[in-house]
Write a protein that binds this ligand. Sequence first.
Ligand code: ADP
Ligand code: MG
Length: 382
Amino acid sequence: QDDGIMATIKAIEARSVHQIQSGQVITDLCSVAKELVENSLDAKATTIEVRFKDNGLDLIEVQDNGSGISPENYEHVALKHYTSKLSSYTDLGWLKTYGFRGEALSSLCALSDFHVVTAEAHQVPVATKLEFEISGKLAKRQVVAGRKGTTVSVGTIFKRLPVRRRELEKNIKREYGKVVNLLHAYACISTGVSFSVRNTVGKTKNVSVFSTNGNRTIKENIANVYGAKTLSALMPLELDLEFEPSSAMRRASGNNAQSNRIQVCGHISRPVFGEGRQTPDRQMFFVNSRPCTLPQIAKAFNEVYKSFNVSQSPFVFADLQMDTSAYDVNVSPDKRTILLHDAAALVDSLKASLTEMFELADQTVPHAQLGSKSSARKQQSL
Ligand code: ADP
Ligand code: MG
């Protein structure tokens, strides 16, 4: 008899399943901040305040001035797969909101000390504080004073996943850095929204990490977040890519697609020594304004840039605007991974246009600005 190995197969108890699944939706500090900020943006907030305590280990709290949650929804706020944004899978193609899976609050509720304070405009100054059981069932509602909008508090994240918690504590500096970078991306892309991010360390030190002023343009947001000096080293990124669709793409669109068109908009460092950065630390990619990780696209940008400015990396803010049939956001629960159906063709086309754009820019940069190093590409070709 093998002890244990051939034991009876039985169902994992519901509570453990919920913990395991929640840990897949909320994997790190970034996913906490991402889900809360996206909910605020979906609620049409124009001010969003993100507060960290002890870099997020103790607390991550997001307060917005959005729509608030209506009383008939209180029961459903933290229940899994309850969402006000999408009612059936076929809606997915038309998705205009960040959220659609109805999993974030339910997962945060399972993993942390979680509560919500919310008020709709007509209820102010009365707000309601909502507390939940681990399962997401509403446990308590309490009248409190509050402003219009919603505050979601996530304390001691991963308290019920001890291994994950220890790992987070060990890497908190790096994790905090990552979450601030992600918030930069949301703050830059969200025109008309004032972001404020603060961190309280220990009992006394409360610092403003960064803020934006509800600007009308992405450029002004970049200036607020990274400073005017960073902005002054950037050139506009405007590419209109057109390429043959792959056969998979043709099938997906019922053979109608003649060609793929993708617009790439944003800002990038000029391809000149001194204008780039030491490390590729400030690179933000978006698909239809949704921040996401696009390793192949990032690689293409870095490779082309380096062929002009060998020793530096570019600042990149790139929003890839394309038809919603060209990608799938529903790949991973955190929605950060996007499946581009025509990635290889896109990368080739991107590299070609980017090279052309930099070559043109290179010709128009005054010689004085090129300095002694000139462009690396010219040096290489000598
Ligand atoms: P999803 O965003 O996928 O719908 P969530 O679990 O993130 O799922 O949120 C569940 C629901 O709670 C949302 O559909 C929305 O109705 C409500 N909600 C969450 N956060 C906010 C907020 N900041 N303002 C208003 N409503 C919110
Ligand atoms: Mg959400």
